[in-house]
Structures are given as structure tokens and as C-alpha cells.
Design a protein around this ligand. Structure first.
Ligand code: SAM
Length: 268
């Protein structure tokens, strides 16, 4: 299978040619709920979940970024339907993370609060083999842990073995990730010729968390090529599928500038 290229085809075709246990990570955003018109293409989630399970290495992950449309007053629950399909296909639902938008598009949501997030489901094939957590400084670094902790629900008791231990200087960030969206998503003007691009920082945060340099990252709905660009810049191998020739052209123009090396071929 050729790496560092986008296959202009239905991802099911790419998956059918891919060797089993081939990719370390998939990060993608499906064309959910016909929310946008991607030249009229649809996708069967059951088959895609099964295909991704077979092609993911043991310990590999799929980060599936998805939200719901409101239809006749009710949210579609497509995101949870997808999570159930991935679980049925054999994946663990390792973590349901939130992608929160700092500057969501203003809209009139009737008797609802402004919609400002999407789910980032992390599905894993067994226990994730790689976890390079993003950390933040702790406020009480160096102090000793006391017998209780003030929590949102009041005073919480600390396990005996933790009492007296020194508080570390950093801790893992929470699983709600905040990003500026819209024009802040990328500096590449051409990317905006696609209607639904990922913030590049979101892709970077997920790729560095779940993979190491040299690992293989796949995006089955490559769109404007955000995953390809970030994987390339982070020294990962990558491949993608995109059904629309128009979007492949946009993605190739966009990432051309970042591709210093010719395509590499992985064994298998
Ligand atoms: C939400 S967009 C992905 C955008 C991408 N994350 C980015 O940053 O540009 C979904 C993409 O999936 C493509 N698509 C839809 N069905 C597909 C299929 N069966 N196989 C491959 N690509 C498909 C659409 O053309 C669209 O570009």
C-alpha cells in the first residue's frame, strides 16, 4: 500500500486493499447526517467500522469527530449510533472527548443554548499502545496532598496512600479540548474551499497523543487534507481516502508545500 498519498475513492475500497493490522491511528470526521452537501456522497457506518477494526493494529485507535443534526425538534443521536456500531465492530469506547468551539457560528437555536461542541470518540483496538498525554502546570506543585480535597460536590476524601505525597508540577489536561474555529482553523487559504475543515491544532493534539514518530495515520474522509498536513509535519506516515476528486485536488495543492519527501511504501 502506498503511503503519503490520498486515494481518490470510497474509503471502503481503500480499506478492502489495505493489509490487516496496518494503521496505528485513524483520525477523521465523517459526513454525518447530510449536514453539508459533499457532492451528494453517503457512507455506511457499519461497514466502515468493521473495515477500520480489521485494518487497525492491536492497540491502535480511531478518533471519530462527530456531532448531531436537530431533526423535527430532536437531536439525531447519530454520534451515539456511530459509537454503538464501533463498539459492535470490536472497538473499546476508550474515551468520549469533547471538541469545544471557543467561537461557534452564531445561530438562533430557539429554546436551546448555543451549540458549541462535537464529540471526539476515541475507539481503541484493545488497550491503547501509545499515550503521550498533553499536560498543564498544576497550581499547587510541591505541596503535600492532605486528607481531603475540595471538589465540585464538596469535600472529598483522598485515598490513604495518596496522603502526604507531593503534588506533581504537571497534570494531564481534561478531556474537553477548546479550539478557535473558522478562519483560525488553518493558515492555508485553499483549505477553506472545503466546507468543513478540522482545526489543525485538534488534529495535532490527537496525533501526538496516540502515536509516535514513524507511525501510520489514516483519514478515511480526508476532505481538505488537514490530517495529511499535520501527520507530515509531525513526522508520521499517513494515507487517506477522499471520494470527491475536487476535494482531492484541493488537498493535494494544500499539502504539496509540506511534502519534502517522495511517497514511502510500508511493508505488508
Ligand atoms: C467532514 S468532511 C472531512 C473534512 C476534513 N476533516 C478536513 O479537515 O478537511 C467529510 C469528507 O468525506 C468525504 N466522503 C464522503 N463519503 C466518503 C466515502 N465513502 N469515502 C471517502 N470520502 C468520503 C466528503 O467528500 C468530505 O470531503
Amino acid at each position: 500500500m502506498e503511503l503519503n498519498r490520498i486515494y481518490n475513492e470510497n474509503c471502503l475500497e481503500t480499506l478492502s486493499r489495505m493489509p490487516d493490522d496496518f494503521v496505528d491511528m485513524t483520525i477523521t470526521s465523517p459526513p454525518y447526517d447530510d449536514l453539508r452537501d459533499y457532492n451528494g456522497y453517503h457512507f455506511p457506518v457499519e461497514d466502515i467500522a468493521a473495515g477500520l477494526f480489521a485494518k487497525t493494529k492491536p492497540g491502535g485507535v480511531v478518533v471519530w469527530v462527530v456531532a448531531d443534526r436537530t431533526v423535527n425538534g430532536s437531536e439525531s443521536l447519530s454520534s451515539f449510533a456511530h459509537a454503538i456500531e464501533f463498539n459492535r465492530a470490536g472497538f473499546r469506547v476508550h474515551d468520549t472527548m469533547i471538541y469545544a468551539k471557543k467561537n461557534p457560528i452564531p445561530s438562533d437555536c430557539g429554546k436551546r443554548y448555543r451549540q458549541c461542541f462535537e464529540y471526539m470518540f476515541c475507539f481503541s483496538k484493545g488497550q491503547p499502545k501509545t499515550f503521550n498525554p498533553i499536560t498543564e502546570p498544576t497550581k499547587s506543585a510541591g505541596q503535600k496532598i492532605t486528607a481531603f480535597r475540595i471538589t465540585s460536590g464538596g469535600r472529598g476524601n483522598v485515598p490513604d496512600e495518596d496522603i502526604g505525597r507531593e503534588i506533581k508540577s504537571v497534570r494531564k489536561v481534561s478531556n474537553i479540548f477548546f479550539y478557535n474555529v473558522g478562519t483560525s482553523s488553518s493558515k492555508d487559504k485553499i483549505a477553506f474551499e472545503h466546507p468543513a475543515i478540522f482545526p489543525e491544532q485538534l488534529v495535532e493534539d490527537q496525533i501526538v497523543t496516540w502515536t509516535d514518530e514513524g507511525d501510520v495515520v489514516y483519514d478515511c474522509f480526508m476532505g481538505s487534507g488537514t490530517t495529511a498536513k499535520v501527520a507530515q509535519l509531525k513526522n508520521r506516515l499517513w494515507l487517506g481516502s477522499e471520494i470527491s476528486a475536487q476535494y482531492v485536488e484541493i488537498a493535494e495543492k494544500r499539502i504539496g508545500a509540506y511534502l519534502a519527501q517522495p511517497s514511502l511504501t510500508a511493508s505488508g
